[in-house]
Design a protein around this ligand. Structure first.
Ligand code: C5P
Length: 236
C-alpha cells in the first residue's frame, strides 16, 4: 500500500492517505502524553510495540466476529485501516475501579465491579474529553441512538472477548477506551487497542503493565509494553 499525504497528526499516531481512497495508513509514534497533553514524553519503541499489540488484538476481534477498521499490519510502525468518519464519542468499559472513576467517586483503586460499567466521553482535546451520557450525545448530534446501541453492545462484547483473552495470559483487563467510526454505512471499531488506552494489571502481583507507569512515573514503561506484546502474541 502506497503512503501519500499526511491528513492528521494526533498525540500518538499519524494518518496518511493511500493509493486506495477507502484505505488509510495509521502510523504509530513513540510520543506519549498524559493529563490532557500536560505531561509529554517518549516511550522508546512504543510505536512498534503498539502497532504489533493492536494488530494482534484486532485480528483476534475480527476472528471473534467484531467488525474493525483493521486491514493489515504493513510494517513495524504502520497499519492499513479502512477510512472512517470517527464518531466523536469515546466508549470506556471498566471491570475494576481505577483512574478517573476512582477519583470522581472517591473510591479506592482495585475493587472488582459486579458488572462492567460503560461510560461515554465527548472526544474533544480542547475540552479534555468531558464525560457525557446518551442524552448529550443524542441532543448535540455526537452519535445517533442506533450508533450508541451498536457501540455499547460492541464494547461489552469486546470486553468479554478481551477479558478472557488477557485472563488466560495472566493479565487483568481493568478498563479500556474504544473509538468507533462509520465506513460505507457500517459502524466499525477504530483507533487502537494498546496499553496506551487500556489498564492491564498482572493477575498475580497486580503490577501495572500500561500507560499508568508513564502517567505516575513508575519506571520500566517500555519493559511493561514489551511484556504485554509477548503475552498477547503467545500461543496458548
Ligand atoms: O482516565 P480514565 O480512568 O477515565 O480512563 C479509563 C480508560 O480509558 C483507561 O484505560 C485509559 O487509558 C483510557 N483512556 C484513553 N483515552 C482517554 C481517556 C481514557 O485511552 N482520552
Amino acid at each position: 500500500m502506497e503512503k501519500r499525504d499526511k491528513i492528521y497528526e494526533g498525540k500518538a499516531k499519524v494518518l496518511f492517505t493511500t493509493d486506495n481512497p477507502d484505505l488509510l495508513i495509521q502510523y504509530f509514534k513513540d510520543e506519549a502524553t498524559a493529563f490532557d497533553g500536560k505531561k509529554k514524553g517518549i516511550i522508546e519503541h512504543k510505536g512498534v510495540l503498539n502497532n504489533k499489540i493492536s494488530s494482534a488484538i484486532f485480528k483476534l476481534l475480527e476472528a471473534s466476529g467484531i467488525k474493525t477498521h483493521f486491514v493489515e499490519q504493513q510494517s513495524d510502525r504502520e497499519m492499513v485501516v479502512k477510512k472512517l468518519r470517527i464518531i466523536p464519542v469515546e466508549v470506556v468499559v471498566r471491570n475494576l475501579v481505577a483512574g478517573s472513576l476512582a477519583k470522581r467517586l472517591g473510591m479506592e483503586e482495585g475493587a472488582t465491579l459486579k458488572n462492567p460499567i460503560v461510560e461515554f466521553f465527548y472526544k474533544s482535546d480542547p475540552l479534555g474529553d468531558p464525560m457525557i451520557n446518551e442524552y448529550h450525545a443524542r441532543e448535540f448530534g455526537f452519535a445517533t441512538d442506533a450508533e450508541l446501541k451498536l457501540m455499547t453492545a460492541g464494547a461489552l462484547k469486546i470486553n468479554g472477548i478481551l477479558s478472557e483473552f488477557f485472563d488466560k495470559r495472566g493479565i487483568i483487563l481493568v478498563d479500556f477506551k474504544l473509538e468507533f467510526g462509520e465506513h460505507k454505512g457500517e459502524v466499525l471499531l477504530g483507533d487502537e487497542i494498546t496499553p496506551d488506552g487500556c489498564r492491564l494489571w498482572d493477575k498475580t502481583t497486580r503490577e501495572k503493565m500500561d500507560k499508568d507507569r508513564f502517567r505516575r512515573d513508575l519506571g520500566k514503561v517500555e519493559e511493561a509494553y514489551q511484556e504485554v506484546l509477548r503475552k498477547v502474541t503467545e500461543k496458548i
